[in-house]
Design a protein around this ligand. Sequence first.
Ligand SMILES: [Zn+2]
Length: 266
Amino acid sequence: MQKTLFVFSENHWLVPANLNFQNLFNALKPDEFTDIDASDSDHIAFEKDNGFHHHFVDLHNNPVDSAKYVKTSIREALYLIDEANFKYLAKAWQYAQFLRHHQFCGQCGARMQQVQWEMAMHCHKCHHRVYPRVSPCIIVAVRRDNKILLAQGVRHQSTGFFSTLAGFVESGESLEHAVHREIKEEVGIEVKNLEYFGSQAWPFPHSLMVGFLAEYAGGELVLEEKEILAADYFDIDALPKVPPKLSIAGRLIEETVKRIEKMHQN
Ligand SMILES: [Zn+2]
């Protein structure tokens, strides 16, 4: 099996400067990273798949000062590598953060040890065991007749994107309940005919985006000002700047546009 190495430094992914992202794993051989300050025992195995044994190493905030490598943010990587390969980077990055954040037991405060046969941290003093967290978020495209509801969230201010609404699932909620609550809270309307669309791992830092399509059911737009800067129903021929199709938001918008076009043809 060929070994690969994902290297993290200063919250970025470190890759060889001349990396061909189309031939990713062959470029991530450990001997490409002999200049970094880590030994084989620091390499953490996280996946065996299709002839590759994937490892990562986390240099935490230690910078790597070498022209041989470039730093890529995990978000940038989403647009550089295809989805099938991105899942390995996403997994490595989430595991690296999990290990960082669970050095000490949350129950008794003793130092925790990594479990060797599964990804978990264990406290030998009180036997508390923790696993990497995945936080489900719903994301939903709302159609109103031949228009689509899009909003500019506070976090989209820098990109200028108008996007679908999204929010974390709260404790005790079903996904459907979260959709209705989130839309009501953020823009004040009711929706109906929820339809599951698909999901996407979103390792920023450990979300799972669960996508839905929905239809407008009633109510006037009333924006939650702390989270939403602007929201409106847009004609599909005059869409604002929207996220790319590599993100589930982009694909939800694309699907809604297709459905509206189909309604016009019939
Ligand atoms: Zn403990």
